[in-house]
Ligand binder design. Structure first.
Ligand SMILES: Nc1ncnc2c1ncn2[C@@H]1O[C@H](COP(=O)(O)OP(=O)(O)OP(=O)(O)O)[C@@H](O)[C@H]1O
Length: 218
């Protein structure tokens, strides 16, 4: 479950401080899947970065699964970030590692045992089982994003934050990636918050959060 209470985040805009996130309060129930939509510059990525512990609010409270992360110090934040899943538009795979190692790297860093069976079942599900020994540069965009999804899922997170994960894919590939992400999150009871520009994708979520000038409209 994710809870935000009166969250404010400002940035310097010339000589003045501008509120990018302006008093946002929302509760996302456990395992709920939400699309975060809004015009360019409305604050979507900023809100996602606040949830990811990459930015700290000026005021207000962010609680994830019962823990207030907005009061965390740097060490606590680093630990928190390792436990959530983050999926990026530009994949951000490690170019020197093959697909299998990209998928398991973070989970192993977290001390999780990843069996060959677990890896191969997930890779098959995502249609990348035949690519496990390939390097990221040998994959299409859609395949690279499936690796990004596998990497997030295998880490057994309670929350996945995805910033335009289909932004680089054509509409057919976007739909496939969305369906995989949604069904895996459902099976594993993961809270999914996904930023998207696509209304077609957004309406496939049980809930849409709409940001306008840093304020949220359900
Ligand atoms: N590092 C920064 N310094 C100053 N202003 C910033 C910074 N990062 C973002 N902003 C401003 O904050 C506002 C929200 O940016 P954000 O990236 O969160 O929007 P967004 O809704 O994700 O946009 P897009 O859909 O274009 O990616 C914008 O007006 C942007 O110019």
């Amino acid at each position: 479950m994710i809870q935000l209470k009166n969250v404010v985040f400002s940035r310097a805009d010339g000589a003045v401080q501008r509120r990018i996130i302006n008093n946002v309060s929302v509760t996302i129930e456990g395992a709920q899947q939400v699309a975060l939509v809004g015009d360019s510059g409305s604050g979507k990525t900023t809100l996602l970065n606040l949830l990811a512990g990459l930015l700290m609010p000026d005021s207000g409270e962010i609680k994830v699964n019962g823990t207030v992360i907005s009061g965390f110090d740097d060490n606590q934040l680093a630990l928190y970030r390792r436990k959530i899943g983050v999926i990026f538009q530009h994949y951000q795979l490690l170019e020197a590692l093959n697909v299998a190692d990209n998928i398991t790297f973070q989970a192993r860093l977290n001390g999780l045992e990843v069996s060959q069976q677990t890896l191969s079942t997930l890779a098959q599900r995502l249609g990348i089982a035949h690519k496990l020994t390939a390097l990221p540069c040998e994959l299409s965009g859609g395949e690279q994003q499936r690796v990004g999804i596998a990497r997030a899922i295998i880490n057994q997170p309670k929350v996945i934050l995805a910033d335009e994960p289909t932004g680089n894919l054509d509409s057919e590939r976007s739909q496939e990636v969305l369906e995989l992400l949604q069904s895996l999150c459902k099976e594993h009871q993961i809270n999914l918050v996904m930023v998207t520009h696509s209304e077609k994708l957004a309406v496939q979520f049980e809930r849409q959060l709409r940001l306008k000038n840093g304020q949220l409209h359900d």
